[in-house]
Design a binder for this molecule. Structure first.
Ligand code: ADP
Ligand code: SF4
Length: 684
């Protein structure tokens, strides 16, 4: 197939200062939780983006000096010459596929507490550091010597970046993380010298560093500026009008303007809270200010939307982090006219949890993300079957569909059976809940791929028992039978079942997703799961005019969603909806009148009255069929939630893993199941 001429514009080469990108697909810098610790894995992941057609592929924010150390977060380092080989191996992987390599140099100012280096943090003014753990560390106000030193360190880091082979060397003023934004913003700059006060003064350091960087490397490298268009501080910080004034003052200085929102949670909004293209209102005024290429983001996965924003003069290059994670091959698929093969990002931010939990990034849609080097997985390819075999998969949820798809791609004969009337398992049910519609893409993409394979068949409304499964006569049976929400109160806080009165009206998320509703107009939603489910059910019930009280043992609502950067939005939404939010209460008992809880600090008992209770606590794998088949010596494996309930991303990964390892020699338990980076000991 060839591409539709409508999309030709996306494949035009774009000149960026002294270098030229082969097309308009621009993988903007994004964190990944691998950084200096998992360099080979990171390099292979970036190389995969280049292989998939992204004309520019950037690193994450890279620490440019030991005094800008964001430990415990794991980013790349460019502190001194010893880091050049690490940086170079990433650029090499990107160059192997003729893409340009971008290096985002970062001095984090007051957002680096320097916990590892123990250097004193510096910032435009004396202030607390801003870290996720409220470290008791302050930043010192920079004096003139500090400013000179910062310019020198940035210049030296830029020169190392060029030596390492990068084509674009960034000046970073975004996400509240880049110190040049901190100077630019009135919210973090109270200086009275020539670097504070007027916009011209606040922009002075940014201008100087752009000039320094151009002077140092600008003959061979492009110098983009990544800048925050808004800080959402209600006029006390940066707003688009002032940032546009700043851009106008320096319009032609950098080689490219890369636009974003600040802080990171505003930039990488989830599909629950924003649509594709949500940044357009903030960035649309910039292109008329400059002749330099403008890059913007907004979770674009549709080529028509990409063409539109270029034709409307909103941006020149399509910036993407998440769409490039969910589908490193997105550009290639557009180029080859294979639009329905695009694995669209669902906007869930499981990828972001990697950085927040300091572990390699994961993706719900793309189970190979982060495994390209560790396990040799490819987002598009998989090795052919080793022999003929027929596999029966019971359950068409994310685990079963991915296992079936990947086994089908390998060439095996696959039958997927599900008792439900529609495929998708939990995804089919959950994508009907408020704000989660885009999650249906997990099912849709897999169904579409399976539909193209003659060797994979899907039978719905097929409730299998051990007998019927064995009668089928497959060489191997996969139980991807999912999990069930518990109705006994056991969860993250209370591991054992709690007393639940027989007369109590108790519902679980499964009941509600199956159409069940509280008998009473007043319900308590008890959340000991801490992810999205309880808050989503609160929204659903409030929309149906039920008065809702949300109770949790955690200190905040939906505590895990700190890692998807949604926590504040979720708690804010609950409060706006009129939900009463009660925190720090552990469940003791469910009665016919409501809940008995105890304060997690004092143990003091509390009673919460409501006619109905929704328990969102934990799930139990539906593994009865697996255990029975195992007991009958069948060749059977349980995958996904049936094996151990987790997020959808885990189920997709489990399905892929089964398909990858299906015909491999069973691994000895003493063997580490993936490659890892090993340190070279420096001795001492
Ligand atoms: P996962 O997240 O692990 O993929 P899901 O709960 O999403 O799990 O999907 C499990 C699927 O398995 C559901 O669609 C359910 O209808 C199906 N299922 C469970 N038990 C059986 C069975 N005995 N026969 C057929 N389908 C089953
Ligand atoms: Fe998109 Fe979710 Fe994948 Fe992140 S994890 S790239 S948000 S699908």
């Amino acid at each position: 197939m060839t591409r539709d001429s409508r999309y030709d514009i996306l494949f035009e080469p774009i000149r960026i200062g002294p270098v030229t990108a082969r097309n308009r697909f621009y993988q903007v810098p994004h964190c990944n939780g691998m950084g200096y610790r998992d360099v080979s894995a990171l390099a292979t992941m970036r190389g995969m983006k280049a292989e998939g057609g992204w004309g520019v592929v950037c690193t994450e924010m890279v620490e440019l000096h030991a005094a800008s150390d964001v430990a415990p977060y794991v980013e790349l380092r460019n502190w001194d010459d010893q880091d050049i080989p690490t940086l170079a191996c990433i650029a090499e992987k990107i160059h192997e596929h003729k893409s340009l390599a971008g290096l985002e140099l970062c001095h984090s100012g007051y957002t680096a507490a320097n916990l590892y280096s123990r250097e004193t943090p510096i910032a435009p003014m004396a202030m607390s550091t801003s870290t996720y753990h409220f470290d008791p560390v302050h930043a010192r106000a920079m004096d003139r010597q500090d400013i000179k030193d910062l310019r020198r360190t940035h210049r030296a880091a830029a020169l190392r970046g060029r030596k390492a082979g990068y084509d674009l060397i960034y000046v970073y003023a975004g996400h509240g993380l880049g110190i040049f934004q901190q100077f630019l913003s009135r919210a973090t700059n109270d200086r009275t010298d020539e670097y504070g006060g007027s916009l011209e003064n606040r922009a002075r350091l940014l201008r100087e560093v752009i000039e320094d960087t151009k002077d140092a490397v600008g003959d061979t490298c492009a110098v983009p500026v990544r800048i925050a268009m808004s800080e959402f501080l209600g006029g006390e910080g940066l707003e688009p009008a002032e940032v546009e004034d700043a851009i106008a003052m320096m319009a032609e200085l950098p080689d490219l303007w890369d636009l974003s929102l600040s802080a990171w949670p505003k930039d990488s909004q989830t599909s629950r809270f924003s649509e594709e293209g949500f940044q357009e209102p903030y960035i649309k005024g910039v292109k008329k200010l400059t002749s330099k290429p403008v890059v913007g983001v907004g979770r674009y996965t549709s080529p028509d939307a990409m063409v539109r924003v270029i034709r409307q003069g909103i941006m020149d290059m399509i910036g993407a982090a998440r769409p490039s994670i969910a589908d490193p091959y997105l550009p290639k698929k557009i180029e080859e006219g294979r639009l329905d093969d695009i694995r669209e990002c669902i906007g869930c931010n499981i990828c972001v949890t990697g950085d927040y939990t300091k572990t390699p990034l994961r993706c719900t849609q793309n189970p190979s993300m982060g495994e390209e080097w560790r396990k040799g997985w490819h987002p598009e390819r998989i090795r052919a079957k080793a022999r003929d075999a027929q596999v029966l998969i019971i359950g068409a949820g994310p685990a079963g569909l991915e296992a079936g798809r990947a086994l089908g791609q390998r060439g095996y004969q696959v039958t997927i059976a599900d008792r439900a009337r529609e495929a998708g398992g939990r995804v089919a049910r959950e994508c009907r809940l408020p704000g989660l519609a885009a999650w249906g893409r997990v099912r849709d993409w897999r169904l579409l791929q399976i539909g193209k394979m003659a060797n994979v068949s899907l039978y719905l409304e097929s409730d299998l028992t051990a007998d019927t499964a064995l009668e089928f006569g497959a060489d191997h049976i996969v139980c991807a039978t999912g999990a069930t929400w518990r109705r006994d109160g056991a969860g993250h806080h209370q591991y054992l079942p709690l007393p639940v009165a027989a007369a109590a009206d108790v519902l679980t998320p499964d009941d509600i997703m199956a159409g069940g509703r509280p008998k009473s107009r007043e319900a308590i939603v008890f959340d000991d799961d801490h992810y999205y489910m309880a808050s989503v059910l609160c929204e659903l019930l409030v929309k149906e005019s039920i008065k809702v009280t949300y109770v949790t043992p955690a200190a905040v609502a939906a505590a895990y969603t700190v890692n998807t950067m949604e926590q504040k939005l979720i708690q804010g939404r609950l409060l706006e909806l009129g939900v009463t939010v009660v925190t720090a209460q552990a469940l003791s008992e469910v009665t016919a009148q409501g809940l008995v809880t105890s304060c997690i600090y004092t143990g003091k008992e509390h009673r919460h009255t409501a006619g109905s209770v929704v328990l969102v606590t934990s799930r139990k794998g539906d593994d009865a069929l697996y255990r029975e088949l195992k007991g009958r010596d069948a060749k059977v494996t349980a995958v996904g939630d049936a094996w151990a309930p987790a997020a959808i991303a885990h189920a997709v990964y489990a399905g892929r893993r089964f398909a990858e390892e299906f015909d491999e020699k069973p691994r000895d338990v003493l063997e580490t199941p993936f490659r890892r980076e090993l340190l070279t000991l420096m001795g001492g």
